[in-house]
Unconditional design. Structure first.
Length: 365
């Protein structure tokens, strides 16, 4: 029996009177290359213990059992017990656990089931519980890698850029605990029933140490959860409502103290001085120098002077426009303010030149 053959799948399910459950997100693979490639990507070998979640009828479990020393498959749907008993009967290194994986103590499971083995996760995750499952795997602290197939949109959320709509708590958790690799896509026609979305296989390699030193990791993620749990609120209000012992005054002080600018390398106070210096320099360039030139040289060609005034800031203006469109929110505010000042200063410089031009003409009459 081939577990990815549609005819064999239909016959198997008919024998056990099994019907798909939409609420459990059940979609079984019908393309033989997919479970094989996922199992290869997991790196399972004779020294590996694999935790699988949602084995379905066992097509991925079968591939893992052929590579790993031991496979523990956790299945929520009790109706699949006789199905899996039939399809996995030939693999003594597979242990089936029926229940909710989110209710299990994962470090304890790994310690008891995989002594002396390298523990990894490899699974075709149900779409409706992707976030809590990946969060559980990341925070368990007992896995070497996590190789899973998830909805493509969820995969993009894992690696979203800061400042985008997809960037959120799961993105931060992923970056904190692991290094992410997007491996390959799996189209809908590779499943039965076919989902309406494309799937993506991702691999998370757990970090040996976090990317930054923090005194209180629990407080860090309490702040992150509060910040992303109420996106429509301001950050200060979200922190005041979501972090225990934090009122608006403390939240405002914390935001002011920790907010970084200019791609995260300059503190707010420094950034303000840099911005003021730039604005002051442009003020001198746009207003003081042109007026002084007119006074000293009696230049009457307003167009020429205006061109000279406006030619220099082209590069920062273009840079500001690019960052305004693609940059992070704080960068948008900084460069937006600078661009606005450039435009206003250019207009003021032009009007000043016209004014002096007019005065010079009147004095010559």
């Amino acid at each position: 029996m081939e577990l990815t053959n549609p005819a064999d799948i239909r016959a198997l399910l008919a024998r056990h009177d099994f019907r798909f459950s939409k609420s459990m997100g059940q979609n079984f693979l019908t393309a033989a290359w997919v479970p094989s490639d996922i199992a290869d990507a997991s790196g399972a070998d004779a020294h590996t213990g694999v935790l699988e979640v949602g084995p379905g009828i066992g097509c991925l479990t079968e591939q893992l059992a052929q590579r790993a020393a031991k496979v523990v498959s956790v299945e929520l749907d009790e109706r699949l017990r006789p199905v899996l008993a039939e399809t996995l009967a030939a693999y003594p290194n597979v242990e089936l656990v029926f229940g909710d994986v989110l209710a299990l103590d994962l470090p304890q499971l790994v310690a008891e089931r995989f002594p002396g083995l390298r523990p990894v996760v490899c699974a075709n995750l149900p779409y409706n519980v992707t976030t809590p499952l990946i969060t559980a795997f990341l925070t368990a602290g007992c896995f070497d890698t996590v190789t899973v197939m998830i909805q493509r949109e969820a995969a993009h959320r894992l690696c979203a850029r800061p400042g985008t709509a997809d960037y959120g708590l799961l993105t931060v958790l992923t970056a904190w605990y692991a290094e992410l690799e997007l491996l390959f896509d799996v189209p809908p026609h590779c499943f039965v029933p076919a989902p309406k979305v494309t799937s993506t296989v991702v691999r998370l390699r757990m970090r040996s140490a976090p990317p930054a030193d923090v005194q209180d990791e629990a407080l860090l993620f309490a702040i992150v959860r509060a910040a992303f749990s109420q996106r429509r609120k301001t950050l200060i209000n979200a922190l005041a409502a979501g972090v225990p012992g934090c009122d608006k005054a403390r939240a405002a002080a914390a935001v002011a103290a920790t907010l970084l600018a200019l791609r995260g390398w300059i503190a707010p106070a420094t950034a303000r001085w840099v911005l003021l210096a730039l604005l002051g320099w442009y003020w001198v360039r746009f207003i003081v120098l042109p007026v002084d030139v007119i006074k000293r040289t009696k230049v009457l060609n307003a167009f020429a002077v205006t061109w000279w005034v406006n030619s220099f800031p082209i590069l920062p203006a273009v840079t500001g426009a690019v960052l305004l469109w693609y940059g992070a929110p704080f960068e948008r505010r900084v460069w937006g303010s600078l661009l606005l000042f450039i435009v206003v200063s250019a207009l003021a410089g032009y009007l000043t030149i016209i004014r002096y031009n007019h005065k010079l003409k009147k004095s010559q009459q």
